[in-house]
Write a protein of this length. Structure first.
Length: 170
């Protein structure tokens, strides 16, 4: 018996037949929709932080309005991407069985909460909300976006989650 066979027999996760079922169920022309959608909230989170810093540096109210729109669109697109990602998590057995998938999910839901809180803070007074709490929340959003994205990238690059399997990859 090879070492790999011993590992497969001893590890209840690796021994599941569904472990290698990682192909996306929500795809457009074989491209996972979740992977396409996350670009919008990622760029909006970074854009909000940039607009906050530019408001802080210039005092121009334009940047406060830009940050309000960026964080609002980031939250809305993040919720949409999160819904697609949640369906993928629950529908694809090879995704659902991995602990890294759940880590990514929990981080993403926490990030959505911070994005929503940041947007809610700004709705009443976009200018007054930036300093100090808005810029701090934006910085937290950027850090959490990086951490969440790192875990998402790990799923794609290390485990080929959401990628289409070729016949030679059995």
């Amino acid at each position: 018996m090879t070492e790999k066979t011993k590992t497969l027999r001893s590890d209840p996760i690796l021994s599941r037949r569904s472990f290698d079922e990682t192909e996306s169920r929500i795809a457009f022309a074989s491209h996972p929709v979740h992977a396409m959608m996350v670009a919008f909230p990622i760029s909006a989170a970074f854009g909000t932080f940039g607009a906050d810093l530019l408001y802080w540096a210039t005092g121009d109210v334009f940047w406060a309005r830009a940050a309000l729109w960026a964080i609002g669109s980031g939250f809305i697109f993040g919720v949409l991407a999160g819904m697609v990602g949640t369906v993928e998590l629950l529908a694809v057995p090879g995704i659902r069985v991995r602990a890294a998938s759940w880590t990514h999910f929990i981080l993403a839901m926490t990030l959505l909460s911070v994005l929503g809180g940041n947007w809610g803070l700004r709705l009443g007074d976009p200018v007054g909300a930036i300093l100090p709490y808005g810029v701090m929340l934006s910085a937290l959003c950027v850090l959490m976006t990086g951490l969440t994205g790192w875990h998402g990238g790990k799923l794609v690059f290390d485990y080929q989650i959401g990628t289409q399997r070729g016949s030679d990859q059995d």
